[in-house]
Every structure is written in C-alpha cells, then in structure tokens.
Design a protein around this ligand. Structure first.
Ligand code: 4AD
Ligand code: MG
Length: 483
C-alpha cells in the first residue's frame, strides 16, 4: 500500500466517510484518559474544530501515551467512525500514534483554559495555537483574498508601490528612517550635519506612510488600480486603534469624482463584510460566543446591543449616512456630551479636527449607522485634496464605523497644476520631492479620486476584537517589536 497521505482536519470533518482509513497531524489541545479509553482533542489549524481521537490505552506504548500532552505535535492513523459523544459527528479511532514534537507540560505556557488577550500578546509566537487567534488569522486570510477578488472582478490592477521612500510629501505621520550609516560615526557635512549623500541611496530615506502618491501615477495610466501593502507610522500613539506597522488598501481611480469614490468605498466595505459572513461562519460563530461571554462581565449599559453577526449584517443591509463636515460640526456642537463637557476635546466651532470620540458619537449615538463625512476644512487635510469653490474646504471623505471611528480616509485629488503648485508652496513642500507627482498634472492630467482602508481596523470590525494588536500576527507599537 502506498504511504498514507495526510488529511487536513477541515477535510476530514466535511468530506471523509465513515470507515475510511486516514492519517492526521496536529497539536494536542487536551487529553483525557482512564484505563479503558483515551480521548485526545487534536487541532491542525485548518478549521476551528478539534478532531476527537479515541484510543485504546492498552494498544499504545506507555512511552508514547505519556508524551501526548497539551501542545505536543502528533500524527495519528486511524479509522473515521461515527461519534458516540456529543459535539461532533465523527471521530477518529486511532490505530497508530506517533509523537512528532513533545511539549513539556511543566513549561508549555498555553493551558487548556481561557487566557487573557494581554497574556497571549506576550506569547505572540504561540498564540496562533489558540482558538481565538486561529479564528482571527483564518479570517484575516479570507479578508485578504476578498480584497483582491473585489478589485479583480472590477478590472482594477494591483500595483506594488515602494516601501522605502525618498519623500515625506504625504505628511500623514512621523516616519521611520531607513539608513545604513553608522550611528556612532556618521559622515558629516562641513556644517556638522549628517551627510546623507553618503548614505545607501545618496539621500535621506524612510519607510512609507502610504502608497497613494505612487498609486496616483499608476491610475493616471491604467485608470483603476489598487495597492495593498505595509505602511509605517512612527507616531507615539498607544491606542487600541493604532499600529506602527499596518496594512493599507488604497484604490485610486481616474475619472472618479468624490461621489463615485464614496460609492466604491461603501460597496467595498459591504462586500468584505458579506464575504466574511459567507465564508467564515465557523470562526465568526466562535468569536461571537467569545464576545458574548466577555460582555457578560460588563455593566448592562456598556454591553453592545447587537451580537457580532448582527453588527456585520447591519453594515451590509443599511445605507451609510452621508453628510458634510459643516453639518457634523453643528450636530456635535449641540450634542449632549459637548454641552455637558463630556468630550475630552470640546467642539468650539468650525475648523476643529475631529477626534475619535466625536466620530464615534456621530456613528454610535446620533445616527446609529456608518457615516461618510465630506468636505473638511482644507487646513486640517493633506495638500493633494481637491479645493472646493468656497476656497475653504476640500473634497475629502472619511468613512466612520461603529466601535472603530475612522476606517477609511480618502479624497478627490487636486488635478489642476496651478492650484496644486500654490498649495505645495504654501505648505513648504520642497519641489524637488514632488516634481514627479507634479508632472502628472502637467502631462495629461485628469480628475481622479481614491481612498485608503486600514486593513487592521477592518479586521477589528469583522472579528469584534477591541484591540488592534490582536488582529495582526506580530503587532508593532511603541516600545514593542518582539517576535
Ligand atoms: O487617513 P489616512 O492617513 O489616509 C491616507 O494615508 C491616504 N493616503 C489614503 C488615500 O487616500 N489613499 O489612512 C487611511 C486609513 C485610516 O482611515 C485608518 O483606517 C488607517 O488607514 N490607519 C491606521 N491603521 C492602523 N494604525 C495606524 N497608525 C493607522 N493610521 C491610519
Ligand atoms: Mg485619515
């Protein structure tokens, strides 16, 4: 007989027939045994469910049986049988068990009990072996796949924009420097400053905060493109919604005005949410239960009115509310938390930058729906946003989500060379940094728009996990770059 190939547990549970002889491999979650029978819960990460292995302890060497502990990796050959117990339709009657990798129970940090997310963050190298993180990472994959399928179906082209950049034109945040100079002994100019001409690229370089500017170059040739890459921000933001390294999806579309772009953004978020509902049901069911249990510990007032899947369905089924920044300021100025001075940042009047507390008030308390805010003051937005005829506001749009705040930021871009030139001069952006960007406005310029979706913020929404550090495998944030 040819050697038996490994069957994944997801396959076994959905397709294998009773009586089939199969081989599985995975990590032991629990083992219970008495003299007559041993039950092993085995998980191989292919699906949230464990496979129950039933073994006759007298048929297995004592040495082997001893090594089957929580966390150990084993391989099992056995027959698929109908399950006697509750909770699963089939189980595996073991004929042969092989220990592939032991896990000393005295030292293995993951015990078969609930660990806090904070604790698991400290052992991020092992947390993928928990139900919660298994679910998160499988959903993360599904969402990545859905992003590409959404744009591919629409005829958008994926563009890889550079990660190392020589310009800080976007101004989206503090940047991480990229250098090969010796920090203890850098080459100096005559004036005593570091001479970056001697650095690897012959100039100062950083990790990118966004692929947008390069994305625009591509859109003004291929019409509709999107980027999906890592972006880096060195702000000291120790919040549950900020990472120093995160992934962003940035579509950029020639011939789209702001309304077209809002339509696309809304359709995109609904598509991703529906994709999760359709394709991640088991993992979502687990996360929903987890969330319900977590909420039991909270005072009634703080519990969310909807379950996780209800929240997801709510997004798919409701139109997003669209209003201008000016309208939002009116609402916020007259809101209870503003009048009672409950906001940390009080809204005094037009021109104020909105904080996450204001965004969440609009979404969660006032409209109780996702909100798209448009036409922000030019002074609080980036240089490339298209100036409105009022000369005061720009065609920006932010999409705000319940529990998250800003999930998408975007705009129609300034396509008029002269207006853009004035803008960069007024903002002191060096022409030598953006000449290539300006060239697209000199040669065949066209109205165009785009936006950026923070992938981890979307993941937070889909999984219901409150901290952004729990939806990326290896979070980077101030003071932490372990693993
Ligand atoms: O609003 P932002 O800064 O927009 C841009 O970078 C534009 N270039 C996008 C474009 O028009 N092409 O960032 C876009 C989104 C935010 O709405 C948020 O979801 C996410 O990126 N984001 C972060 N996510 C995690 N950690 C951070 N530090 C983030 N900063 C922004
Ligand atoms: Mg923004």
């Amino acid at each position: 007989m040819a050697a038996l190939k490994r069957t994944k547990i997801v396959q076994l549970l959905s397709a294998e027939e009773i009586g089939n002889l199969v081989k599985v491999k995975g990590w032991v979650r629990t083992k219970r045994e008495n003299k007559n029978v041993a039950f092993i819960a085995l998980n191989d990460g292919s699906v949230i469910h464990n496979l129950q292995i039933v073994a006759d302890p007298t048929e297995i060497e004592e040495e082997v049986l001893k090594k089957i502990t929580t966390g150990a990796c084993i391989g099992v050959v056995g027959k698929v049988v109908a399950s006697q117990g509750k909770g699963q339709k089939v189980e595996l009657a073991a004929e042969k068990i092989e220990v592939i990798g032991t896990a000393n129970p005295e030292e293995y940090p993951l015990q078969p009990k609930k660990h806090s997310l904070e604790f698991l963050r400290e052992i991020a190298h092992l947390r993928p072996r928990t139900n919660t993180f298994g679910a998160v990472f499988r959903i993360r994959h599904a969402m990545i796949f859905a992003v590409h399928s959404f744009f591919n179906d629409k005829g958008f082209f994926n563009v890889h924009t550079p990660i190392i950049t020589g310009s800080d034109a976007e101004g989206a945040g503090e940047m991480f420097r990229v250098t090969t100079l010796d920090p203890l002994n850098p080459p100096l100019n005559e004036d005593g400053n570091i001479n970056y001409k001697e650095d690897f690229f012959g100039k100062e370089t950083n990790l990118t905060v966004s692929g947008q500017l390069e994305g625009e170059l591509a859109a003004l040739a291929l019409s509709e493109i999107y980027t999906f890459g890592p972006t880096f921000r060195a702000e000291n933001s120790n919040t549950t919604r900020h990472l120093a390294e995160f992934w962003m999806i940035e579509p950029e579309m020639a011939f789209y005005d702001l309304d077209d772009s809002m339509d696309l953004g809304e359709e995109f978020l609904k598509y991703l949410t529906q994709y999760a509902l359709d394709n991640c049901a088991d993992d979502l069911a687990f996360l929903e239960k987890r969330l319900l249990e977590e909420e039991k510990g909270k005072p009634q007032k703080e519990r969310s009115e909807m379950t996780l899947t209800e929240r997801l369905r709510f997004i798919v089924e409701n139109d997003f509310v669209r209003l201008t920044y000016t309208e939002a300021i009116d609402i916020l100025k007259n809101s209870k938390p503003n009048k009672k001075k409950k906001f940390q940042f009080l809204i005094e009047g037009w021109g104020a930058d909105l904080q996450s507390e204001h965004e969440r008030y609009l979404v969660e308390k006032h409209f109780k729906k996702p909100v798209i805010l448009t036409n922000y003051p030019a002074t609080i937005k980036a240089f490339y946003m298209r100036l409105n005829d009022d000369n005061k506001t720009v065609r920006a749009m932010d999409i705000l989500f319940p529990g998250i705040g800003e999930i998408i930021g975007g705009s129609q871009r300034e396509e008029r060379y002269d207006v853009l030139k004035q803008k960069i001069e007024a903002m002191d952006i060096p022409a030598k940094d953006v000449w290539w960007y300006m060239d697209t406005r000199r040669f065949g310029s066209a109205p165009h728009s785009g936006f950026g979706l923070g992938f981890e913020r979307m993941m937070q929404f889909i999984t219901g996990l409150n901290n952004i550090r729990d939806v990326i495998p290896f979070p980077r944030f101030p003071g932490s770059a372990d693993f």
